[in-house]
Design a protein around this ligand. Structure first.
Ligand SMILES: NC(=O)c1ccc[n+]([C@@H]2O[C@H](COP(=O)([O-])OP(=O)(O)OC[C@H]3O[C@@H](n4cnc5c(N)ncnc54)[C@H](OP(=O)(O)O)[C@@H]3O)[C@@H](O)[C@H]2O)c1
Length: 223
């Protein structure tokens, strides 16, 4: 489905790790106004990134500032800190906004790939939706490494992004921006589709660990 280009929007990215930065750069490159959030927005690593080419057009702020600023919000936090980040951002600021949930509920282990902290009958996406009952949560971008999230250039053609969420308009907006970032989008239905997307992320992560290869994305092959 081609949903057209997302209108210029104020985007608040909650999370200043590699994912938050990759998506912030992507949004800024498409003309959106972008703030990236951290508990410490002046931390040197972030300041250095902001001053470089990739940080062009992005400003840093606290989680609460970013959540109040963004018309569209992105949740890109470590799973174990996600509820705390939401609390720091201030739940009322999420309102009925579109929230792109990029998190994966990972539990890390010594000497091997991580495992999921929950699954089968629940998912991180559903937990985020329960934490933010009025927000229009859309799970997206969790099945690919940050290096390929925006403008993935792969010899096999544009890869496939799978999304899940309850609100059709929110998914339309997320579809538009995924397409703008170079993806073919498939809608898995309601937010319980995150039960499929989070294990799918582990396929990518486990291949990465075992083959020491991280630049890969999924694609459905059809006749
Ligand atoms: N790495 C990838 O390529 C990739 C791909 C797909 C999905 N994901 C998922 O995307 C999410 C972000 O991944 P990432 O690698 O960019 O970064 P990350 O290291 O998993 O998370 C970094 C962010 O989490 C915040 N955070 C950590 N503990 C916190 C706490 N107790 N309270 C509040 N905030 C806390 C940090 O805040 P501060 O800025 O204050 O330190 C930082 O902004 C994760 O859930 C990950 O599983 C990652």
């Amino acid at each position: 489905m081609a949903a057209g280009r997302l209108e210029p929007t104020r985007v608040g990215v909650i999370g200043s790790g590699v994912v938050g930065r990759a998506l912030a750069r992507g949004f800024a490159s498409r003309g959106h106004e972008v703030r990236i959030g951290s508990r410490d927005p002046s931390k040197p690593e972030l300041a250095e990134w902001l001053a470089g080419e990739d940080g062009h057009g992005v400003s840093a702020a606290t989680f609460d500032d970013v959540a109040a600023f963004g018309e569209l919000l992105v949740l890109a936090t470590d799973w174990s800190g996600t509820e705390s980040a939401i609390d720091l951002a201030g739940r009322p600021s999420f309102g009925a906004k579109v929230v792109i949930d990029v998190t994966n509920p990972l539990q890390y282990r010594e000497g091997g790939p991580p495992v999921l902290a929950l699954g089968h009958t629940d998912s991180g996406g559903e937990q985020v939706q329960r934490w933010l009952p009025n927000a229009r949560v859309v799970k997206a971008f969790n099945i690919v490494g940050n290096g390929l999230m925006v403008d993935p250039q792969l010899p096999g053609g544009p890869p496939d992004m799978f999304i899940a969420g309850e609100d059709e308009d929110a998914k339309g907006a997320v579809t538009a921006l995924c397409e703008d970032f170079g993806w073919v989008v498939h809608d898995l239905g309601g937010i319980e589709g995150a039960r499929l997307l989070e294990p799918l992320a582990l396929v990518w992560i486990t291949v990465g660990f075992r083959e020491q290869a991280w630049a890969q994305a999924f694609k459905l092959l059809r006749p």
